[in-house]
Each structure stands twice: as C-alpha cells, then as structure tokens.
Design a protein around this ligand. Structure first.
Ligand SMILES: *[C@@H]1O[C@H](CO)[C@@H](O)[C@H](O)[C@H]1NC(C)=O
Ligand SMILES: *[C@@H]1O[C@H](CO)[C@@H](O)[C@H](O)[C@H]1NC(C)=O
Ligand SMILES: *[C@@H]1O[C@H](CO)[C@@H](O)[C@H](O)[C@H]1NC(C)=O
Ligand SMILES: *[C@@H]1O[C@H](CO)[C@@H](O)[C@H](O)[C@H]1NC(C)=O
Ligand SMILES: *[C@@H]1O[C@H](CO)[C@@H](O)[C@H](O)[C@H]1NC(C)=O
Length: 273
C-alpha cells in the first residue's frame, strides 16, 4: 500500500515537472509565427482549455481572435527566456516599422504541456520613452547569452536581485546588487555610454509600488522578466521589467511601460505616478 502510494506520488511529480526547453521553444516559435502571419489557429490549438486562465493585452482580458496577433507584424528582433521550473516563457520582440513600430513583451504560462495563459505588454509611439531606434540599436549589442554552468546564479539569487530593484521604487533603503557596469534600456532610452562605470542607480523615482509581480526566470542566461503594475495615482500601469544578472549583480535592465492612456497635465510625466 505504502509502495503503491509512493509510486503514485512519483508519477504525479513526473507529470507536473515535465516541462522541457525544447517543448517551450516550440510554443514560442508558434507564438512568433502567429504574430508574423496574423493567423492564430495553430497557436490556439496549443491552449489548455481545462485550466485556461486567459489572454491579456496590457493586463486587460482581451480576445485572441481580434487582438494584436491577428495583425501580421514583421519581427525585426526577438529574444526569449525559458523557465522550465515554472513552465513559462517570456519573449521580447521589436517591430522596426517606420509607420507602426512596436516593442512587445509576452509571458506564456503552461499546464499539462499546453498554454493556459497569455500575458502581453504592447508598447508603441506615445508610451513611456518609446523609441524603436534606441531598442534596435542597443539591444542587439548586449550579451544576454548562455552563462557557463559553473558561473550561473541560482533562481533565488536572480529573483532577489529583481525584487530588490523593484522594491527600491517604494523604499529608498533597499540594497540593490548593482552591477558595474549596469545599463538600462528604459523604453528606448539607453542609460550609459558603454563605459565601465555606467550605472543603473540613477533616476529611480520614489513612492512607486510595483505590484502584482509575475516572474519568468531562466538561470541559463541569468535572466528574469517581471510583469507588474507600475503603481501610483493612476492605479498601476501595465509594465515589464527584465533583468540580466551576472555573478549576483544586475548587468542589464529592459523596461516596457504602457502609459499611453494616462491623462497628462503640464507636469512632467514622472510626476503623475
Ligand atoms: C481550445 O479552445 C480553442 C478555442 O476556444 C480551440 O481552438 C482549441 O482547439 C481548443 N484546444 C483543445 C486542446 O481542445
Ligand atoms: C528570433 O531570433 C532568433 C535568434 O536571433 C532568430 O534565429 C529567429 O529567426 C528569430 N525569429 C523571428 C520570428 O524573427
Ligand atoms: C531615439 O534613439 C536614437 C538612438 O539612440 C537616438 O539617436 C534618437 O535621438 C532618439 N530619438 C528620440 C526622439 O529621442
Ligand atoms: C529609511 O531609513 C531612514 C533612516 O534610517 C528612516 O527614517 C526611514 O523611515 C526609512 N524608510 C523606509 C521606507 O523604511
Ligand atoms: C565615468 O568615467 C568617465 C571616464 O573615465 C568619467 O568622465 C565620468 O565622470 C565617470 N562617471 C561617473 C558617474 O563616475
């Protein structure tokens, strides 16, 4: 009886932890194909309808059949994180189209080897520091490549670095493991000049609660994406903060913030948060 129970537990454990990098990669490829073609049927065929949590655009429930995926876009740049522990992915891609540029970040979540949540942040001209030229110029020059196994940080270290950064916005006493150099691509604005003393510890506002954090962690590249509600008076802006951590310290930060719907006064945009 005890033996039977043990083997049942072992079986259950295998069933839930069966989430492989090739499996996740296949789903992301299908997602990007859908975005390129504007055809969503093959992507939708991967949905797990029994555990379905929803399709979201800028944190609002939306209809996949009329959403951004149904508009064919030419993808100029893409990079993804694969989280085989949480069974989730994050994909960042740029559409370098002079007439309709986009910077988009998408988290996919999985259950039973199938997609059960699609969470997309869509940014375009008018959003916080949007500048596709900046993204296209700087992102491909950065090294988000695979880190040798013996030098990799743990999930916990990577997550804690991201949380420290996010917590700093609401508590100036937090100690953040800043890398030196550290470069932030905030919207399309690059912080730093390619010098060894480039820092991300500048221009961090205060009194901003970064809530409702959703993580995708990929230890192989030392990276984590955190989707969150960027606090403040307007009730939280749809936002993605992605970090590359090396040796426990923050090396790169990429942000995407959808603030196009914020009503602006004569004050600076930062004052509104
Ligand atoms: C889940 O539902 C979608 C549409 O609602 C459908 O296209 C898809 O084939 C379904 N998937 C499965 C595995 O039944
Ligand atoms: C995404 O990026 C990879 C690596 O640079 C590239 O091989 C692939 O073709 C890109 N996919 C799309 C859809 O652009
Ligand atoms: C956009 O980024 C490019 C590259 O960094 C820069 O040359 C340009 O001045 C930026 N445009 C605006 C409007 O800030
Ligand atoms: C930060 O530290 C200062 C000085 O110790 C203290 O007065 C302040 O209350 C602290 N702030 C927070 C948010 O913990
Ligand atoms: C970084 O180094 C450069 C060149 O050595 C120097 O001009 C600059 O003032 C330094 N910046 C900071 C923030 O220390």
């Amino acid at each position: 009886m005890f033996r039977l129970l043990l083997s049942t537990i072992a079986l259950a454990a295998t069933a839930v932890s069966h989430c492989t990098r090739p499996g996740l990669t296949e789903a992301v490829d299908e997602y990007l194909s859908a975005q390129q073609s504007g055809q969503v049927s093959a992507f939708k065929a991967r949905f797990d309808n029994s555990t379905w949590l929803g399709y979201f655009e800028n944190t609002k429930k939306a209809d996949v059949d009329t959403g951004i995926l149904t508009h064919p876009l030419v993808i100029s740049y893409n990079r993804s994180l694969y989280d085989t522990t949480a069974c989730a992915t994050f994909t960042e891609f740029y559409v370098n189209d002079l007439n309709a540029p986009y910077v988009i970040g998408t988290q996919l979540r999985f259950a039973n080897h199938r997609i059960n949540k699609v969470d997309t942040i869509i940014t375009k001209p008018g959003d916080w520091l949007f500048n596709i030229t900046g993204n296209m110029y700087y992102a491909p020059k950065e090294n988000w490549g695979t880190i040798p196994e013996e030098k990799r940080d743990s999930r916990d270290t990577i997550k804690k670095a991201a949380d420290a950064y996010c917590d700093l916005f609401n508590n100036p006493n937090i100690t953040v493991p800043w890398g030196a150099p550290c470069n932030r691509l905030e919207g399309g604005l690059y912080g730093g000049k390619g010098l060894p003393n480039d820092t991300c510890n500048a221009g961090v506002p205060s009194g901003i609660d970064m809530r409702n954090r959703r993580y995708v962690i990929d230890e192989t590249v030392g990276a984590v994406d955190v989707m969150l509600d960027f606090g403040g008076k307007s009730g939280g802006l749809p936002d993605s903060h992605e970090f590359r951590v090396e040796g426990g310290k923050i090396r790169y930060v990429h942000t995407m913030t959808d603030d196009a719907n914020v009503v602006r006064s004569c004050t600076s945009r930062r004052d509104e948060f």
